[in-house]
Design a protein around this ligand. Structure first.
Ligand code: FAD
Length: 508
């Protein structure tokens, strides 16, 4: 027996059995006058927003709501993400205002705050787009059950992924742990539809509920350490579409080669826009697929990278302990370096004495983003040469990345540490000097972020400790390497062998 809620008047008739023609009846009743709350979370856009589109179809008025609700979330947004979120909410509110609507902002916890708003507004429905991190999933499942038991039209949609985590499985009915077979299967199932267009107007309710100003959420930093971010990024739906347009016009051509060159603008820089849902993955997928003149090899490679984002969510959904525990349990007892803390601090500050690593860590600090190739190099350096726990690195990234995403960050760090899904074998230790010589040959990326090395030529810049003279003094003008690359690599391999003697043969 489903309790039934009288449309519009806020009362619940718990003892009334729902008739078999309920969906038709409820829809036509609601069409007379009904209000839906659209709960915005990390889908901060109007175009291709399935929850918003469905609410507009089924209800006469829509109340867009954002709840600050992370008090008990172990992965509440880090500082850089909060700074982005602040601007993204302002952009969303402005976009809603242009359509005669507005964003209602409340402080959580979401269950109490939304219940209060349902009672206040007499809303008949709450619609939202699904998220997949364990904390949010548990909360949303509880709320959906509770609201439905009360007869509320509580519905969630897929607005954040191309393929939901449960839509693909291996031949034996298990989740995938390896990317290639995952993608072979998942890429066949991507919806062929066009993204939903932006609504032209949003019918407001007869009376707006009260709202907090966005500033009251205290998301923006008081000390403006984030100024450098906004020289690179423009949070919000318009900024996201502008980034996609730029990419379609330019960097998509040659992407499969240039995506590895950090000095070049060879990538889309869409990750934070995707994380906050300012653009849908389907809009990005289709946008790449229809980019005029883009070579198929580049389009396919780019779409495959979107596939890694899907894979990351698949893994997080099915293995929800991975944000803190290695997927491969063997690595639980890995002997991290005793007293690694000062080395970790040098890594965080971009003072390791390894130019490519320092350039990456400083790019992260200055812009809130780091190039993927360099993310792999700095992560490998932290877990293998410094031998600090991968979770220390993941937490630093979480706090400093504007695109900090639990699924992708966890996958990336466990990949680098060799303990996750489709991970790099532990014995394959990136040599940051060789990586630097290969992917930043002329040293332009290093020069941009490590200005104290800018006078060195393209040969010396990768190993400044070998070069002195011409006004440059290693150890004085720039730190000497905090670890010896050869010895630390051998120590990492020995630590692995101690963990699992079968790995000893992998040293060669
Ligand atoms: P593009 O090359 O233009 O790729 C397009 C999109 O594909 C990206 O925006 C992203 O959504 C997706 N994508 C690309 N590569 C990956 C990947 N390896 N894994 C998952 N998705 C991918 N990405 C995040 O979005 N958030 C994170 O917190 C994050 N942490 C990472 C940590 C480590 C240690 C590593 C090695 C990688 C991490 N990545 C993370 C993945 C990747 O580095 C970024 O997605 C990418 O650099 C973003 O730049 P872009 O948008 O220009 O990418």
């Amino acid at each position: 027996m489903i309790p039934w809620r009288m449309p519009g008047n806020g009362s619940t008739v718990a003892d009334r059995t729902v008739p078999y023609f309920w969906p038709f009846f409820s829809r036509s009743a609601r069409l007379m006058s009904s209000t839906a709350i659209v709960w915005f979370r990390r889908d901060l856009r109007l175009a291709d927003n399935p929850a918003l589109s469905a609410a507009l179809k089924a209800h006469t008025s829509v109340i867009p709501v954002f709840m600050a609700d992370d008090a008990d979330d172990p992965w509440a947004p880090g500082g850089a993400s909060m700074a982005w979120l602040h601007r993204s909410l302002i952009a969303l509110n402005a976009a809603l205002s242009r359509l005669g609507s507005r964003l209602i902002v409340r402080d959580g916890p979401a269950d109490n705050a939304l219940d209060a708003m349902i009672a206040e507004t007499g809303a008949d429905a709450v619609y939202w787009n699904r998220l997949y991190d364990p904390h949010t999933r548990r909360r949303d499942e509880t709320l959906k059950r509770r609201w439905r038991e009360r007869g509320l039209d509580a519905r969630s949609f897929n607005g954040n992924l191309l393929i939901e985590p449960w839509e693909v499985e291996t031949g034996t009915g298990n989740p995938y742990k390896v990317f290639t077979p995952f993608w072979r299967n998942a890429s066949q199932r991507i919806p062929g539809r066009e993204p939903y267009t932006k609504p032209r107007n949003l019918k407001p309710p007869t009376k707006w509920p009260e709202t907090l100003p966005i500033e009251a959420l205290a998301l923006a930093p008081r000390i403006r350490w984030d100024d450098g971010f906004w020289e690179v990024f423009t949070p919000g739906e318009e900024g996201a579409h502008a980034a996609l347009r730029r990419f379609r016009r330019g960097a998509i051509t040659g992407y499969h080669e240039m995506r590895d060159v950090p000095a070049d603008d060879g990538v889309s820089q869409l990750s934070a826009h995707l994380h906050f849902g300012e653009i849908s993955p389907l809009a990005v997928w289709n946008g790449a697929g229809s980019a005029p003149g883009a070579p198929p090899v580049d389009v396919e490679h780019f779409q495959r990278e979107l596939g890694w984002r899907e894979f990351a969510h698949h893994v997080l959904y099915h293995f929800d302990r991975t944000p803190t525990e290695p997927l491969n349990a063997k690595y639980r007892n890995f002997p991290w370096r005793d007293g690694h803390e000062p080395l970790l601090a040098a890594w965080q500050r971009g003072q390791t004495g390894i130019p490519l690593v320092d350039a990456g860590m400083r790019q992260l600090w200055q812009t809130g983003w780091m190039h993927n190739r360099v993310r792999m190099v700095v992560a490998s350096f932290l877990v293998k040469n410094i031998r600090a726990p991968w979770l220390d690195g993941a937490r630093w990234f979480w706090d400093t990345l504007v695109d900090g995403d639990l699924a992708s960050n966890t996958l990336g760090w466990q990949w680098a540490a060799g303990c996750g899904a489709d991970a790099a074998p532990y014995f394959r230790v990136f040599n940051p000097v060789l990586q630097s010589k290969k992917f930043d040959k002329a040293g332009d990326y290093i020069r941009r972020f490590v200005p104290e090395l800018s006078q060195l030529d393209s040969k010396a810049i990768h190993e400044p400790w070998l070069h002195s003279g011409a006004g440059f003094s290693p150890g004085k003008d720039y730190p000497l390497p905090i670890v010896d690359l050869k010895t630390s690599r051998e120590e990492a391999l020995a630590a692995l062998a101690a963990l699992d003697p079968s790995k000893q043969s992998a040293k060669t």
